[in-house]
Design a protein. Sequence first.
Length: 334
Amino acid sequence: MPAQSITLKDLSNRVLAVDAYNALYQFLAIIRQPDGTPLKDRHGRVTSHLSGLLYRTTNLVEKGIRLTFVFDGKPPEMKETEIYRRRQVKQEATVRYEQAVREGKLQEARTYAQATSSLKDTMVEDAKRLLDALGISWIQAPSEGEAQAAFMAARGDVWTVASQDHDSLLFGAPRMVKNLAITGRRKLPRRDAYVEIQPEIIELAKALQGLSLTREQLVDVGILIGTDFNPDGVKGIGPKTAVKLIHEHGALENLTQLKPDIGLSSNFQSIRKIFLDPDVTPEYSLKWSKPDEEKIIAFLCGERDFSEERVRKAVSRMITTAPKTKTTLESYFG
């Protein structure tokens, strides 16, 4: 997908729907001790996700960016294979992490540790609790958070979806911002090298025009390559070949008729329906309010052992730029 580099300043005065699970997993993976251990409070409860949520949100709000976090609901049954695969990856990474720690290979241990992240229900509830105290809008999706965020963007209720997953475009998001929470230098896995990371935007209309595809055909391309609902895709078919096949045959139905042994999942029509007719709700409200400093301090410092000085500085920065009376979406667009 062709992406255009942007700056956070370009997103000022915009409303962004953030794929909450995607962002929280980023925080859990990245915010760790040198040996790969996540941040924890005195009771052993992981706090990396709360740290990321507080400080990254503060940075974005300071830039004039309005966020609404969209949380996953019940995943479609067809995602069970991908969920199982991810669980296996985490288990294998955990074994390798523990071995690296025993051998004193801390850099290697940290790399494996990043792949062991697990987002528990209690972490999600804590994230929502912190967002409430921060005065940041959040939405509970009935199913896939990306689908709900894309739906909100397609309606014009938010300007863009913020996610690392291109499935947002398959769900119909008119535009998607990547790397919103990953800026600056990032170390390459298992290499003593770094790359500069900055936000990028992908516009669906431009992508479709550049590929000479309709959105429906783009979904078919995604199914050939592999999605969360058929992670393996079709063996031997990459992005270029997938686009070429859809150009030649128009749709997967035509492709399977001419090449019945291609190895395409028999339930591709059900996968297509998940993207084109997802389970979303129009019943949501986008509202922001002034951060409740004492509630934030009581939670993060009183219960989760955060530094009160650092938290108060972050909250002070948010209060300076938080909306005073403008609490609805129309206020920001108007």
